[in-house]
Design a protein around this ligand. Sequence first.
Ligand SMILES: Nc1ncnc2c1ncn2[C@@H]1O[C@H](COP(=O)(O)OP(=O)(O)OP(=O)(O)O)[C@@H](O)[C@H]1O
Length: 122
Amino acid sequence: MPKESFFINRVKSVGYAFKGLFLLLRTEASIQIQFVIAIIMTFAGFYYDISANEWIAQLLAIGLVMGIEGLNTAVEKISDYIQPEVDPKIGFIKDVSAGAVMMVSIIASIVGLIIYIPKIWV
Ligand SMILES: Nc1ncnc2c1ncn2[C@@H]1O[C@H](COP(=O)(O)OP(=O)(O)OP(=O)(O)O)[C@@H](O)[C@H]1O
């Protein structure tokens, strides 16, 4: 494949990915809620003047939760597309996908507690 076409294809892929990001933010309530929480936590980070390492942990936690939520949304959409009827296998697939979001959300909450509890209560 010629180099130019490879480069143009990469640029197009980035464009599609941004389109997906805006679609998630515009249409998915769970992502919208997480986005609002991310903004609140960013303000909290500046207010409590958290360290560089704490910013890294917080940003990774936010990115992980929202990224996995995006994949969970994709799993839900594929599931509804391939099987609109009630189906225990689809139920299992959706449950484990939601479980992945829950797993990173619990860890992200713990990261938040580790960062902010000493700043708020000490
Ligand atoms: N086709 C189906 N067959 C069996 N169980 C299903 C099916 N669709 C959904 N479920 C069950 O309902 C739960 C919620 O599914 P749903 O697709 O509404 O997800 P949600 O988390 O409510 O999504 P949303 O982000 O759209 O609010 C699933 O985790 C699963 O247990």
